[in-house]
Design a protein around this ligand. Sequence first.
Ligand SMILES: Cc1ncc(COP(=O)(O)O)c(C=O)c1O
Length: 388
Amino acid sequence: MQFSKRMDRFGDEVFSSLNQRRVELEHQGRSFFDLSIGTPDFETDIAIRQAMAEAAMKPENWKYALRDSDTLLDEVIAYYRARFGVSITRDMICSCYGSQEGIGHIGLVLCDEGDTVLLPSPCYPVFIAGARMAGADPYYYPMAEDNGFLPKLEDIPEDVAERAKYMIVSLPSNPMGSIGTPELYQSLIAFAKRHKIILIHDNAYSDIIYDGIEGGSFLQYEGAAEVGAEFFSLSKSFNLTGARVSFLIGNPELIAAFRKLRSQIDFGMFLPIQQAAIAAMRTERTKVRAQCDEYQARRDALCEGMSAIGWPIPKNKGSMFVWAKLPAAYTSSMDFCLELMDRAGVICTPGASFGPLGEGYVRFALVLPPDRIREACLAVQESGILMG
Ligand SMILES: Cc1ncc(COP(=O)(O)O)c(C=O)c1O
């Protein structure tokens, strides 16, 4: 069959060769410490599940939703006010089926074939896929270790900044776990204004920030809603990954355009899921904070455990991931991941799957309890892989 040339813009699924090897090993009776995929292992709160179940029992909730209900939009408004101290209005909000879907489609709203898009590198892969879907050319701005895995705006060439249509910034970052600062957001907004760039902030980990630092919203900064919007995902804060709920929140003109695009391809979010989202945003803060503490204990177990066995891994500041430089004897992250799975039974993700500057690292997702993570560190030590 002949498929579109567009499909050639997408690489092969990164997990496929790892998965293939994993299946082979499983057939041999092996089991694993799977720290590869960033889907939380925590249970979704009972109140959220109940809200969805009750809504699902009402026959009228099985029709096309067509739009975000006013109750849902008002809940987002209340959440942003209480959580971030930010005032927004209904016309500043549009739901999507997770930030993954929203970011996958945002390029279609913002740019034409051949336009330039500024993306972080390393980055979460859908940033690249979304730009490619729209036929845009990514320009990767480095998030280098020597700059704390943060963007260095002054290094973006003037001509690139001038022609860029939109820029994605995502902090806390996946895979590096770096976090933003007020100064950084202020300079990003000034940069976007100066070069007429639409700024898209992907805020997937506002509730997973460590060492007592409180996460925030891009919209807390003056001028943010003039230059862009942020994706606010419910996936990780509320263990809602499977329900697929996120919102694009910000500039009303941009939201209207995004809504227009979505209305061409969709008839609205399933009403029971809208109810689940409302219940999620009503979760007591203490529960969300306790979960963050648990992630921190996992991060500590991993970074301290690996460092103790001779693989120094600095502690990241946020997100549910740990970003580790390959041990000295290795250069290919894919080869290392395959070997780590074979020899230690530990599965992580090759850095090469996160864009051009990801090679040389691997990413661990903090999806096992601290004790299991400590066992995984022991397995790495016993495998002898760190000796080469
Ligand atoms: C940075 C980042 N953005 C977006 C997503 C996807 O979130 P959602 O579940 O809302 O699609 C993830 C998921 O891991 C992520 O790490």
